[in-house]
Design a protein around this ligand. Structure first.
Ligand code: ZN
Length: 501
């Protein structure tokens, strides 16, 4: 595989430059004093430019062609064939969009951030509308340059969820809408059935940190190949399969924020840490898509972390750390408190039940905007109408409770939102298969033994890195394409019990 080796060697520099930029980005959010910002922006710009230039160089194109010829006769399952396939995909994405358009998008979105932040603060949608109009126009041009067969949205979605089609996402959301909207309405009738005050008391931040770290270590996040720090926005970043870092943030008056945030990021990190070591430094390392990545964080955070089995093991430890807050709260009351549903207006604060309705709304609006069925000036009203239809509530403002709440559109991230829901659907689909293969998993979790689940995830998902496209991976792992049935069954069973429906 001489040609494949040449391609790999050529791209090693790209991988190293990207990882070096990631180290600087991590430092910026975790350690850097504010004064470092201007110099850091320059350093990051240089590294990103060098990585980009090296990657989109004509030489890369020639090396890919030569490698493609070399792997042509190989089984699709062969690592070399997979590597060339993944590099080709990324290369096409990176080279199809004209440089002038890439630069214009970068310029407009960097200015848009300020405009959006101010508009959000002042809950003034009209102040952001012209900027969003401009961004949408550029994203349409980008989609045309990338190319698509059926729907313009396909081109943008493909950047985050390779080969996923808009019609398939619509079908999944259609099934979700039919069953979930009436179910949510039923729960809303009985919101009083669950009291979440036990987790809204004052919780010492140091002790929260101590407990959170104990939990993620126990789950299997390897701290000899990772670490946890504090940052304003929690994230996971990796510089190697053997250096995958996470961050969290603490809220004194809402304990679930840091704990489930840590478990969530640890879920992302364990996916990266579980990659086959032979893929180190190549394009095959990492997660295969944002949706599959999110399936791993959500599986640990919600399916495991918000389960009775999990807390039947950990609750005693938590009570001992917080006797004043939880001494009089029994396990069942605590379990219900961490699973409380609310009439959520804010996506990032939404519970498991309502979360995907927030995503569905954004996905529908993005499509309508891109296809010209909805004008930007009518977006605010369309947003509010969908909130009323799906969640039975109208936002009191257009700022942090309404149409301006998310940073994504101002950053040019259109086509990104559905990956959150795809991750939620997959989290339960994979979980069901894991339990079917290893029936002891729930009982293992109840005695604080997480190795059986992690081993299953490593063997079936993590080790493969980017070798299989998300649809192939899901088909291989579960024997069927992505579906929403498992997720709906899980939600209905869990919340029918919690809310006594
Ligand atoms: Zn995530």
């Amino acid at each position: 595989m001489e040609k494949v080796e040449q391609l790999k060697n050529h791209l090693a520099d790209v991988v190293h430059l990207r990882h070096a930029a990631a180290v600087l980005g991590w430092d910026q959010q975790v350690n850097m004093p504010p004064g470092g910002a201007p110099a850091r922006a320059e350093q990051l710009a240089t590294l990103s430019r060098l990585a980009h230039e090296k990657f989109v160089a004509e030489e890369t194109g020639r090396l890919i062609e030569a490698a493609e010829a070399e792997v042509a006769g190989l089984d699709a399952d062969h690592d070399a064939a997979a590597l060339v396939r993944v590099v080709r995909h990324d290369y096409d994405l990176a080279t199809r969009v004209p440089t002038a358009l890439v630069e214009e998008l970068a310029r407009v979105t960097s200015q848009a951030h300020e405009i959006w932040a101010r508009a959000r603060e002042q809950a003034d949608f009209a102040a952001f509308a012209p900027t969003l109009e401009r961004i949408l126009d550029l994203k349409r041009q980008e989609a045309e340059a990338l190319g698509y067969k059926d729907r313009i949205y396909d081109a943008l979605l493909d950047q985050y969820e390779p080969h996923m089609k808009t019609v398939d996402v619509e079908r999944l959301f259609g099934e979700l809408r039919t069953e979930l909207v009436p179910f949510v309405a039923q729960i809303f009738e009985r919101l009083d059935a669950v009291d979440d005050t036990p987790v809204r008391k004052r919780y010492d931040v140091e002790r929260q940190a101590e407990f959170g770290l104990q939990v993620i270590k126990k789950l299997g996040y390897d701290l000899t190949r990772g670490r946890q720090d504090k940052s304003v926005h929690p994230f996971t970043t990796e510089f190697s399969i053997n250096d995958v870092r996470i961050t969290t943030r603490y809220q004194e008056d809402w304990m679930p924020s840091a704990l489930f945030g840590s478990i969530h990021e640890a879920g992302h990190a364990m996916y990266e840490q579980g990659c086959y070591q032979g893929y180190e430094g190549t394009f095959l390392a990492g997660g295969t898509s944002l949706g599959v990545h999110e399936s791993q964080s959500r599986l640990w955070e919600n399916v495991v972390g918000r389960s009775r089995a999990f807390w039947s093991y950990f609750y005693g430890d938590l009570q001992r750390l917080f006797p004043e807050q939880l001494g009089q709260v029994d396990l069942e009351a605590f379990y219900r408190a961490i699973n409380a549903v609310s009439r959520s207006l804010i996506r990032v604060e939404a519970d498991e039940v309502t979360y995907n309705l927030h995503i569905m709304l954004r996905f529908e609006l993005e499509n309508d905007l891109l296809e010209g069925k909805l004008a930007v000036r009518d977006l605010r009203d369309a947003w509010n109408a969908k909130m009323e239809a799906y969640l039975g509530i109208t936002p009191p403002d257009d700022g942090k409770h309404g149409v301006l709440q998310d940073v994504h559109w101002s950053s040019g991230l259109i086509g990104y939102f559905p990956t959150y829901s795809l991750g939620n659907f997959l989290s339960v689909q994979y979980w069901e298969k894991a339990v079917q293969d290893v029936p002891s998993i729930p009982a293992d979790i109840a005695r604080g033994e997480f190795g059986s689940l992690l081993t299953w995830l490593r063997e079936n998902i993590h080790q493969h890195g980017r070798k299989y496209w998300p649809a192939e991976l899901t088909q291989r792992v579960t024997g069927e394409p992505i579906q929403v049935r498992s997720f709906l069954r899980y939600l209905k069973e869990k919340y029918t019990d919690i809310y006594g429906l």
